[in-house]
Write a protein that binds this ligand. Structure first.
Ligand code: PRP
Ligand code: URA
Length: 205
């Protein structure tokens, strides 16, 4: 497993907006989307490209187009990253994976899974919060069981415990994260973290 941490001033700016407890949902959603642009650019550096010839107003030259990619948004928090992915990746197909942590044990409980055709696909999994790693590991397993050839994970903040677990259970994935945080609280929240991402995105408590 390879872990890449974003090192970009604007990513740091938007992550700070997300961390701030006083950020309201609308600004929070905007910051999540803007931060995700950097995650997508970094995570898709080696996405396969097709070459073809185009004509500029002056002459023929080589053009490039990306081959189809698939994104799988882990609900609810992954929805906060989806707009940037749809905006940037041409012809992206999107699947949805629904999982809810048990509040006492943090065990992931599946409630929804609707992927597009994943056979031989490169799949971007949108899971902003990598805490214990249970939800992301579950989502990676579902993508692989559905035929994904390569899995790349986009996260906003990660705890070392979750990174270690995903590495043990899925050694072949790449993880891109805006920040590797310090640790987990007693009730499995990332510290310093940004709180409950789903609640903060959607104004629920
Ligand atoms: C949150 C978050 C992740 C998960 C991460 O989901 O959105 O999916 O926790 O934690 P883990 O690494 O310990 O599995 P939650 O269960 O709170 O659901 P929600 O997104 O609907 O709020
Ligand atoms: N899920 C969240 O939304 N935040 C955390 O810190 C951990 C899991």
């Amino acid at each position: 497993m390879k872990l890449t941490t974003l090192d970009h001033p604007l990513a740091k700016h938007y992550l700070t907006v997300l961390r701030d407890r006083d950020t309201e949902p609308e600004e929070f959603r905007n910051a999540a989307r803007r931060l995700c642009y950097s995650l997508v650019m970094e995570a898709t550096r080696d996405l396969p490209m097709e070459e073809f010839t185009i004509g500029t107003p002056l002459e023929a030259t080589t053009g490039f187009r990306s081959s189809t990619a698939v994104a799988s948004a882990v609900r609810r928090a992954g929805l906060g990253l989806l707009d940037a992915v749809i905006d940037l990746i041409p012809h992206v197909k999107v699947g949805f994976a629904g999982v809810q942590r048990n509040e006492e044990t943090a065990q992931p409980i599946e409630y929804y899974f609707k992927p597009p055709d994943l056979a031989e696909a490169t799949v971007l999994i949108l899971e902003p919060m990598l805490a214990t790693g249970g939800s992301l590991s579950w989502a990676i397993g579902k993508a692989k069981d559905s035929g994904a050839k390569r899995v790349i994970c986009l996260c906003v903040v990660a705890a070392p415990e979750g990174v270690e677990r995903v590495g043990q259970e899925h050694d072949d994935v790449d993880i891109f994260v805006a920040s590797l945080d310090r640790d987990l609280s007693d009730n499995f929240y990332i510290q310093p973290g940004l709180g409950d991402m789903g609640d903060r995105l959607f104004g629920t408590t």
